[in-house]
Design a protein around this ligand. Sequence first.
Ligand code: FES
Length: 131
Amino acid sequence: MSFYREKILDHYSNPRNAGVLQDADCAHHLDNPLCGDAIDVFVKLRDNKIVDIAFQAGGCAISIAAMSMLSEKVKGMSRDAVLKLSEDDIIALLGIPLTMSRIKCGTLGLNALQSAIQKYDKQRTTKNSRS
Ligand code: FES
């Protein structure tokens, strides 16, 4: 088995940052309509940086491993840098090429994370425009 496949299996069977953040600043639920798998991402931000992240997922090995690796990568990153991450970054994290259908699996967590941050930005903008 290749190093990358072993790494994917390790993250799948022992996902890092799995769980719920009770004091999250933002969260987002996303599912993959092709298979019905779903992911919930919880994020805590301070000074525009990701200070904590957690997720709950019911999905395939690729989606869970990608989210687990991503959760390790984004801790300490700025929200702007996280919003710029793309499917190429997920492929680089996983270390294996993905077919078109597997790209949906690999980017499920990234899309949920970016949506959570965008939701947070929108709430803050609305709050600021009211005050
Ligand atoms: Fe459902 Fe991969 S098969 S997310």
